[in-house]
Design a protein around this ligand. Structure first.
Ligand code: SAM
Length: 226
C-alpha cells in the first residue's frame, strides 16, 4: 500500500511504498524520470523517490536535517550540478523559483542539459568554473540559497567567494564537504569541523552539521546562514 505524508518541507514527502519509507519530491514533469528513479502515484500526484545513497541532500534529510532552506519560489545557486541527480529534485522543490546549475566539465554539463535541463524550465545551466564566479553572466539576482557540492580541496574557499558574490544577506548556505579530498589522514568529523570554522570566520552562522553515514561516509553536510 502507498501512503504519502508531509515532511514539513515544501514539496518533499515521506512515501510509504513496498513496506519501506522513502523520501520523494512532487514531480514537476509527471511521466518523466531522470536517472532511473522510481515513481509513485497517489491520487493525481506523482512523486519521484529520492535515494539517500545517490543524493546527499536526501541523506541529510533522512539523518535529521532540521530545516530545508530550499522552498517553493527559492532562487538557488547550485555549484557542482554534475548530471543533475540532486538538481532535478531541487528543481521539483522550487517549482516556480530558479536553479542556476554550475558545472565545470563540458562533457558532464552536456549530459546535465540533455538529461534534465531541457525538460524543466526552472533550471539555468552555467558551464563554468566555480573558482571564477564573476564569469557567470546569467545570474541576474542575489539568491536565497547557495548549495555547494564540488568535491575540491579548496571547496570551502570557493564557496565563500560565491556567497560573497551572489548570496543574499540572511540567505542559506548548504556546503557538502568531501573530507578525503581535503585531508587524507584527519578523521572525517575533524575535517568537517575545520571547514565549519572557516565558514564562521567568514561570517556564517552554523545551524547544523550532519554526519550522513551510512548513506555516505566520505562527506559531511553543513547548513549555515549568511
Ligand atoms: C560530487 S559531484 C556533484 C554531485 C551532484 N551535486 C549531485 O548530488 O547530483 C561534483 C561535481 O562538481 C563538479 N566540479 C568540480 N569542481 C568544480 C568547479 N571548480 N566548478 C564547477 N563545478 C565543479 C564536478 O565536475 C562534478 O560534476
Amino acid at each position: 500500500m502507498t501512503r504519502v505524508e508531509e515532511t514539513g518541507f515544501d514539496n518533499i514527502f515521506w512515501v510509504q511504498f513496498e513496506g519501506k519509507r522513502h523520501l520523494g519530491t512532487k514531480n514537476l514533469t509527471p511521466g518523466r524520470t531522470y536517472y532511473g528513479e522510481r515513481t509513485v502515484r497517489e491520487n493525481t500526484v506523482e512523486y519521484r523517490l529520492w535515494d539517500p545513497y545517490r543524493s546527499k541532500l536526501s541523506a541529510a534529510i533522512h539523518k535529521g536535517l532540521n530545516y530545508v532552506p530550499i522552498k517553493k519560489g527559492s532562487y538557488v545557486l547550485y555549484l557542482g550540478a554534475s548530471t543533475g541527480t540532486t538538481t532535478s529534485h531541487v528543481s521539483d522543490i522550487v517549482e516556480n523559483g530558479i536553479v542556476f546549475g554550475v558545472e565545470v566539465s563540458a562533457r558532464v554539463a552536456r549530459e546535465f542539459v540533455e538529461r534534465v535541463v531541457k525538460y524543466r524550465n526552472n533550471i539555468i545551466p552555467i558551464v563554468s568554473d566555480a573558482r571564477y564566479p564573476q564569469n557567470y553572466n546569467v545570474v541576474f539576482t542575489a539568491v536565497d540559497v547557495l548549495y555547494s557540492d564540488i568535491a575540491q580541496p579548496d571547496a570551502t574557499d570557493i564557496t565563500i567567494d560565491n556567497a560573497r558574490s551572489y548570496l543574499k544577506r540572511g540567505g542559506y548556505l548548504v556546503l557538502v564537504v568531501k573530507a578525503r579530498s581535503i585531508d587524507p589522514i584527519m578523521s572525517v568529523p575533524e575535517i568537517i569541523d575545520t571547514e565549519a570554522d572557516k565558514l564562521k570566520d567568514a561570517g556564517f552562522r552554523i545551524l547544523q552539521i550532519i554526519n550522513i553515514a551510512p548513506f555516505d561516509r566520505e562527506h559531511g553536510f553543513i547548513l549555515s546562514q549568511f
